[in-house]
Design a protein around this ligand. Structure first.
Ligand SMILES: NC(=O)c1ccc[n+]([C@@H]2O[C@H](COP(=O)([O-])OP(=O)(O)OC[C@H]3O[C@@H](n4cnc5c(N)ncnc54)[C@H](OP(=O)(O)O)[C@@H]3O)[C@@H](O)[C@H]2O)c1
Length: 330
């Protein structure tokens, strides 16, 4: 087998593509032949030693992948060799094979495309948990999605539309806004034109006829957060999803008071760990929605696994629309 090895977590340049012995699964593990792996934001942080989870060295990055089970370890009963699976295990995905914890592998029906499956769990689970569970989004309500052309943003548009909400998609370029519109957004807001210090709030007001959005989905943070919160509707719910822009915003606590609004934290990883049954039921629902054609991962491009550094560079450049997926040739 081959894999991208991180022996020194000082950034992408220090990763090396190495031949390694193919491992044998131990108790509770399966050997997966990886078909495809997708890039998520934490994959960038983890190789820079900036992520909250710091795996022992050396490790193979790649949090999310899909492939075929080739061998099962002792005690594994729900998976057999030949079974297609998707897995989000934190590490191991950027290679040709990996040992995966069987309990984290989701068996896939044959109709589930493996490239889509590799780009599915993190984004859709986060956005469903945020919008439907944490914000209790109602059909007919208006959602403002920031970073709407990113991984979780594109999933949020599709989920909110399928749920019957009105979606305003906000992003940093005309191309990103056009993608959001193709995904079903009812209106778009380009915040390179309507800037945080400029007409951003006026534009939100105009697009919501003065009411403000009922729900704001924010994976970006930075300078957009406070003007967005100031624009929220009475009884609004502001979803704190992530800080892709870097700085963690500081919000004056009089703002939630004035709008009777809620600031709602979203931490899908811990939800999955603390409430595994609710998470499993949610993933079942999402898989059904995919198989019925209601949702589909937006894949910006598919690159060969050997081109991981180019994929990382694309993600860091803020030019990716949807997800970048790496595929193995086998
Ligand atoms: N809370 C949770 O459970 C959870 C789960 C998954 C992900 N997250 C977090 O959600 C955030 C987004 O994840 P993602 O996978 O959707 O990432 P992504 O695909 O890279 O999208 C992030 C979006 O953020 C915007 N952005 C603004 N400033 C940026 C910058 N300096 N660099 C990069 N992007 C910037 C970009 O949109 P514009 O160019 O349009 O601004 C980009 O499309 C991350 O912070 C991630 O850690 C949280």
């Amino acid at each position: 087998m081959h894999a991208w090895l991180c022996e020194n977590p000082v950034g992408v340049d220090a990763l090396t593509w190495k031949e390694l012995p193919t491992p044998t699964p131990g108790p509770g593990e399966v050997l997966v032949e990886i078909a495809a792996a997708s890039l998520n934001f934490p994959d960038l942080l983890i190789v820079q030693n900036k992520y909250q989870f710091k795996p022992p060295l050396p490790f193979v990055p790649g949090s999310e992948y899909a492939g075929i089970v080739r061998a099962v370890g002792p005690g594994v009963t729900h998976l057999q060799p030949g079974q297609p699976i998707a897995c989000l295990s934190g590490t191991g995905g950027f290679g040709t094979h990996t040992l995966a914890p069987a309990e984290r592998c989701i068996p896939l029906p044959a109709a589930f495309d493996l490239t889509d499956a590799a780009a599915f769990i993190m984004t859709y689970a986060t956005s469903y948990h945020a919008l439907i569970d944490r914000a209790t989004l109602q059909p007919g309500e208006t959602v403002l999605v920031l970073g709407a052309a990113g991984g979780v943003g594109t999933a949020a548009i599709q989920i909110a539309k399928h749920h019957g909400a009105r979606v305003i998609a906000a992003a940093s370029s005309a191309d990103k806004c056009a993608l959001a519109q193709r995904l079903g957004a009812d209106a778009t807001l380009d915040y390179s034109v309507h800037t945080a210090g400029g007409s951003f709030r006026d534009e939100i007001k105009r697009l919501t006829e003065g009411r403000g959005p009922d729900v704001i989905y924010d994976p970006v943070g930075g300078e957009l957060a406070e003007p967005a919160f100031r624009s929220i509707a009475w009884r609004g719910r502001y979803l704190v999803v992530g800080f892709a822009a870097g700085p963690i915003p500081q919000l004056p606590l009089n703002l939630p008071l004035l709008k009777g609004a809620s600031l709602v934290g979203v931490f899908w990883g811990d939800f999955a760990r603390r409430e595994p049954q609710a998470n499993a039921a949610m993933l079942q629902t999402l898989a059904q929605w995919y198989l019925r054609g209601h949702i589909k991962p937006v894949i910006d491009r598919v690159l060969p696994m050997e081109q991981l550094p180019q994929a990382y560079a694309l993600m860091a450049s803020r030019r990716v629309m949807g997800k970048v997926v790496l595929r193995n040739a086998h």
